[in-house]
Design a binder for this molecule. Structure first.
Ligand code: UDP
Length: 481
């Protein structure tokens, strides 16, 4: 034990800077755990907003930085302006904190900081790292295909298909009313395509699957992707994906990228500790224990997406009418109406009986690994997609915004392990999709493909696999700084 400590303190320190949202904190802390197991000391520099829970990672150091942000629920609508504000507010306090850490390490002979690993959305870190003369590495927490499709959007802008306001340069006046819906602009103006047409070079994405945002002005969105993709001084890019899932996209990106990319995912498979910001309700595991093996549909839309009262009702009755047992996560704040609970009492409770369980937040990885679970109705956040794939669970995809559409399209069309709900959520469509996945032969075939993919991923993270090899190469690179 003592020897292990000695060995650890001789290894350099890594400073990790996560974006303070669940879907970003998880992969960053998982990466930290993996690198800690290889001997590095880990310090997490984080905002006061949505601060991670240090007791989940007693082996890490945590340093909180004032961010001037009020503790509030951030909806998808507020996300991009919030990230922009975060980057404006955090630069100075992070820089001061890092400068002190560097000074202290010299005086107190602490392990030296080898580099800063920051979430792609915390792009202010690039300048901070430069200022304190430390190397930096970017962690991308979305899929490689999302990167390529966002790049395609930037290209449309560069080619003049969009001007800086996101409007068409050709027919500007006629489309003023469409400015706030960037996706409509792509659909209508790019080569006269409709939303169903395939985007050239991005098979199997249609224009409607592009990860554009309807939120705020197109300018905010274009600025956001420009900021996260701007060429900076970082020495490498770590990616929470792998060759099994995305080799063609990764190869394409490596051709475009001046620095090495390291697809070392899925990180949660190598570092399973929880970094949940919301208390997990373990009673759902007790409920799962009482269900028959391989029968339950798990339903969750992640940590940010929300639904309106009407959609919630359609989801509820689709689930009830399907007669399949379900475990449903309804996160506080995820329904736009305080009165939503009434919807789930009027006849719904009687219709469902013991066949359903609703919780505010679940230990998702444990749920997906449970033998009772047969399918996952997901919003296709990248973490949820990876967690489902690595447990061999096929999906019903109901993407809500941004990269979720790209992920959903890959689940249904590339890996063919899920069904995408295409239209507005309507109870008949929901019921049919559930039966297709849970009962029909089609669902059985998807389950078999999901199992095969899971096995390939398990091999990939073991000795000799590509994820495993990339991790070793990443460690070599960090040790060379
Ligand atoms: N999650 C969880 N319990 C829940 C719902 C979600 O622990 O009840 C976790 C899930 O395992 C995943 C993360 O929250 O790691 C959500 O990330 P994702 O990228 O799927 O979606 P986002 O929340 O960023 O939209």
């Amino acid at each position: 034990m003592e020897m292990e400590k000695e060995h650890r303190s001789s290894h350099p320190r890594l400073v990790l800077v996560p974006l303070p949202f669940q879907g970003h904190i998880n992969p960053m802390l998982q990466l930290g755990s993996i690198l800690h197991s290889k001997g590095f000391s880990i310090t997490v520099l984080h905002t006061a907003f949505n601060s991670p829970i240090p007791s989940n990672y007693p082996e890490f150091g945590f340093v909180s930085i004032p961010d001037n942000l009020s503790e509030q629920l951030i909806s998808a609508d507020d996300l991009l302006p919030f990230i922009s504000l975060l980057n404006l507010n955090c630069g100075v306090p992070f820089q001061e904190c890092l400068a002190k850490m560097v000074q202290k390490q010299e005086v107190e002979n602490e392990p030296s900081i080898a580099c800063i690993v920051y979430d792609e959305c915390m792009y202010f870190c690039d300048a901070v790292a430069k200022y304190v003369k430390l190397p930096s590495i970017v962690l991308r927490t979305t899929s490689a295909s999302t990167y390529l499709s966002r790049n395609a959007i930037l290209q449309l802008k560069a080619e003049g298909v969009l001007n800086s306001q996101g409007t068409s340069t050709n027919i500007q006046g006629a489309v003023a009313y469409l400015i706030s819906a960037l996706e409509s602009l792509f659909n209508i103006f790019y080569l006269g395509s409709t939303s169903q047409d395939l985007v050239p070079g991005l098979h199997p994405l249609r224009f409607k699957d592009l990860p554009v945002s309807k939120i705020g002005t197109p300018e905010i969105f274009l600025q956001f992707i420009t900021n996260i993709y701007k060429t900076r001084t970082s020495s490498a890019i770590i990616w929470n994906t792998n060759d099994v899932l995305e080799q063609p996209s990764l190869q394409e990106i490596q051709k475009q990228c001046e620095v090495g990319i390291f697809p070392v995912g899925p990180l949660h498979e190598v570092a399973p500790a929880s970094s949940s910001l919301i208390k997990e309700d373990n009673s759902c595991i007790t409920w799962l224990e009482k269900q028959k093996q391989n029968t339950v549909l798990y339903v969750s839309l992640g940590s940010v997406a929300s639904v309106d009262k009407k959609e919630l009702g359609e989801m509820a009755w689709g689930l009830a009418n399907s007669k399949q047992p379900f475990l449903w996560v309804i996160r506080p704040g995820s329904v736009d109406d305080q009165e939503w609970k009434k919807l789930l009492t009027e006849g719904f409770v009687e219709a469902v009986g013991e066949n359903g369980c609703i919780v505010k937040w679940a230990p998702q990885k444990e749920v997906l690994a449970h033998g009772a679970v047969r399918g996952f109705w997901t919003h296709c956040g990248w973490n949820s997609t990876l967690e489902s794939i690595s447990k061999g669970v096929p999906m019903i995809c109901k993407p809500c915004f941004g990269d979720q559409r790209v992920n959903g399209r890959h689940v249904s069309q590339v890996w063919r392990i899920g069904i995408q709900l295409e239209n507005m959520c309507e109870r008949g469509e929901v019921e049919r999709a559930i039966k297709r996945l849970m009962v029909d032969k089609e669902g059985k075939e998807m389950r078999q493909r999901a199992k095969n993919l899971k096995e390939r991923i398990q091999l990939d993270i073991r000795e000799g696999g590509s994820s495993y090899n990339y991790l070793n190469k990443l460690i070599e690179l960090i040790m060379s700084f």
